[in-house]
Design a protein around this ligand. Sequence first.
Ligand code: UD1
Ligand code: CA
Length: 455
Amino acid sequence: MTTGCIILAGGAGKRMKSERPKVLCEVLKKPMLGWVMDAAEKFGFDETAVITGYKREMTEEYVNKRGKIIYTYFQSEQKGTGDAVKQAKEFIEAAECVCVLNGDAPFIDAETLHKSLEEHKSTGAAVTVITAEISDPTGYGRIIREKNGKFTAIREQKDCSPEETEICEVNSGAYWFNSDALLRALPRLTDKNASGEFYLTDCVELIGGAQAFKSENPDIVLGANTRQSLLELNEKARQRVIGRMLDSGVSFISTDGVIIGSDVEIGCDTTVLPNTMILGKTVIGKGCEIGANSHIEDCVIGDNVILNNVQAYSSTVEDNVKIGPFAQLRPGTTIRKGVKIGDFVEIKNSDIGENTAVAHLTYLGDSDVGRGVNFGCGCVTANYDGVDKFRTEIGSNSFIGCNTNLVAPVKIGENATTGAGSTITRNVPPNSLAVERSQTKIIENWDKNFKRKKK
Ligand code: UD1
Ligand code: CA
């Protein structure tokens, strides 16, 4: 059976008070839409479509950035979830079975989708709604059942009778539809309800014989319509990731200010210290100490690495490296085994060879540095002439004296030395000393108060 997935992402999300589409509001620094798209990708649909609407360019940009083939359909006016699905008519026609997901309910997961599809197939129903029992159903569509338990309809909160609002089984906003049944129901939707919108949920009654798949995990329904609920989702997700980390042998002295993204992996015996954010597709090895006060994003970190007060983005750090405090790795940086990087060092788009030391107050940009190099305090690679950027090459075992400026493009040979305070503008051969500064001039018997006395 061919399966298609339609993710609803057209709503403005007025209650969120944002200038972005609501689905781009973030949970653990990942847009809610990204969570839903991840679940869809993990499930493995044959095709996926996203319905855009409010600020479509922003949603399309995000969808395209993911680099997968995803169809987008534009809903020009936000007339409700049913109207949104209508925009994907040709997409529905092309699949036998369609799963509709809300782009603002980030905790739906592939496992629930698999289980519910199994049930959808085995019962032979034309529509299966994923539901859950939650303690506070405010704002969700309620699952209406007959006395014998038969599921008949979904009633939106605004349209509920006082008794119906008491129902705690709610619609997750995730459904399986047989395509023919959905295509027949969509044109029959009306906007005669309290919101004046075309509700997708009305398809349940129109199609008839619907099944409810009640999820054991009530969190899968949680959505965010307001900043308050977005904050609650963030906290829930944060605790869940920390729980997963504890299970895999990661330690925390305190989890205060610790935020770990849902796609991060950390090895056993690594400790994460307070006020540390580890985000994106970061992978960290075993026995590391990460933090305090660090921000690590899209990095690959080896084993036994210490990152103390470090900011690192899209970089690789090999085993037994020590960085910090107060250092920054900018994108495109590789730090090889055994390197030591000290305070107030910034490294950008550079490769730093094994056992090299960059101990203090140094900027290395667009540089290829060999093994065992020692940088004195305050070295700078001048990689930008105001128009173009150039690379600096520094051979293994060289010694870059304090306060050296290396004006790129420039090469320092292996085992070479630069004198402190030199501004090097020419290539330096291996095994040589380059000094580029004037000789010290001595004026004896200099009276340092001479000027003051004259006054
Ligand atoms: C919807 C369901 C409700 C369910 C809840 C779960 C309907 C009518 N109600 O309510 O039963 O309990 O989700 O979270 O479906 N969207 C569009 N175009 C529109 C309107 C919405 O693309 O014209 C998108 C939104 O961007 C959002 C999703 O559809 O991602 C759900 O819309 P929203 O308005 O948040 O629905 P809820 O009121 O939460
Ligand atoms: Ca919602």
